[in-house]
Ligand binder design. Sequence first.
Ligand code: DX5
Ligand code: ZN
Length: 233
Amino acid sequence: MDVGFHRGDAVMSVQVAPSLLSADFGRLEGEIAMVEAAGADLLHLDVMDAHFVPNLTFGPLIVEAVTRLTTLPRDTHLMITDPDRYLDPFVEAGVSTFTFHLEAFGEEEREARADSILERLATAGVGRGLALNPETPVEWVYPWLDRLETVLIMTVHPGFGGQKLIAESLARVPLLREEIDRQGVTVTIGVDGGVTTGNAAEVVAAGADILVAGSAVFGADDPAAAITAIRGA
Ligand code: DX5
Ligand code: ZN
């Protein structure tokens, strides 16, 4: 049975985006095939540069490999200080959505750099996403909502998987939902960090469309059951 819910005229289902951060990269092909078979809707790819966050993961080379291994959308989360500088290689590597952090920029340059990235993504036909750290006011994204496909609300401090969801950070989701409806735009809300089978219902109730889950999927004894449980929330 479809667990879709009604928003406006559209019936939308909650989408589950396993984060490969918690996957076994020694057997990436098998891990991707496994979450695909288990009904994952998207793959969440966490790119970290050891500057914006205190951890280092991977770049376009791995994204390109993932692109060859799956037809699922590659929802790419750029936790890097200069997303504009690396945009082209990631687009060439096959990202489906390019989600970058507004906190990556100083206040005086933020608007111009975000504007320019969103314009380049639109030209390239790549999904546009803005991400917000747990303490950043959600109002930061409001001026851009009409030019976005998605907003990623962080509910942990970015950098590592397996942390606990920060409830105060989740409280921004209903506010964003309200503003999206007020502006009459079509933007999905992703929630990233600490999502588990135990709190997924609460995250969906807050207004999330996309639940990112790393350790809750790849750390589970039965990852397929975890995906089903998260989606069924
Ligand atoms: C954290 C990353 C998340 C991470 C989530 O910096 O952006 O996508 O993989 O992992 P869990 O679901 O384990 O909190
Ligand atoms: Zn992420």
